[in-house]
Design a protein around this ligand. Sequence first.
Ligand code: GLU
Length: 416
Amino acid sequence: MMGELNPFEIAQRQLDEAAAVLGLDPGIHALLREPMRELHVTLPVRMDDGSVQVFKGFRVQYNDARGPVKGGLRFHPDETIDTIRALAAWMTWKTAVVDIPLGGGKGGVVCNPKEMSQGELERLSRAYIRQVGRILGPDRDVPAPDVYTNPQIMAWMMDEFSAMQGHGEPGVITGKPLALGGSAGRMDATARGGMYCLREAAKVLGMDLKGATTAIQGYGNAGYYAQLLGEELLGLQVVCVSDSRGAIHCEDGLECEEVKAQKDKSGTCVGLADTETISNEELLELDVDVLIPAALENVITAENADRIKAKIVVELANGPTTPEADKILHEKGVYVIPDFLCNAGGVVVSYFEGVQNAYNYYWDLEEVHDKLDKKMTAAFHVVHETAQAKGVHKRLAAYLVAVARVAEAVKLRGWV
Ligand code: GLU
């Protein structure tokens, strides 16, 4: 679904638009258009059948003017350096828009985890850290989970890094299991942060979310918890969810635990009893109140934006909407909660995890939720008010806030 649209070119175009509105210094603009550092690695991994397979991996440190680099690691067969560059840029804007003292980065390995055993995944994860570990560390660059990576993979990576250092270093990575220094509340943090934003959006729109029909594209960590928390916190009625194999639809609503059980059993939500199977494309165009893209980039484009019927788009995925589609949705009056604001809950709780690791003192769930809510709510309203004041769409407003903050740090450091 990433199509021919190059995510990094899109990220640069989005920045260019913000730079023009901000009247950004040309030197700062030129610096912010490019990653500051990137490492490309080749990883030989012993497979279960005794053969060796060679994988390509990357880590992009986009910008660290505001603090150590932060951002997830994706294991995906379609990964390219340009998707990682785009995602690293978006992490830079994400940490800035929620105002946490971190920079932005991203990493990835071109692989298909669905076809790998646990042993193969462990050896790949450790091989990645043996190569990339030299540029990581709690004060340098701190990875986290993303598409097709999880707490177990973070645990292996933290262990490998600690072995390389000769001492435990839990703060090198976030999204770890609780038993190894993970934070309470990290598992559902991305979706929870998005639901707090949705709650605030409904307030400013004067909309009642109780029973609001909802479609969720993608049923990984973000999509699953979006259904669970959307129902629990806001009373949404989720009528359609999907994964890479297709979407399931039921007008009367889907039971979250039934969908999860079906997916755990067969690897896909498709086939759940009493549901109609439709395509991912059809899901996006359903007549629902709330649409939650929670999968990959470039799914709402110039081609289908006009047919989106939702009133609010909650972007839990990174980069789901192209710049052309942004304009169309804005003109149609659809309220888009832009990705790097909407899905920032994950990195906010990652930041909390890093703080707890540094203090070696851990907070309870209530404290994490409370602090996350404050961060997300404040960021949402800054972006909303900027959009109102400048008369621009929400993504551009989020860029105006974030880019101004990164630019200030760059300038104060004397880089430009
Ligand atoms: N991968 C997540 C994101 O795209 C989380 C990053 C982090 O926690 O560092 O925001």
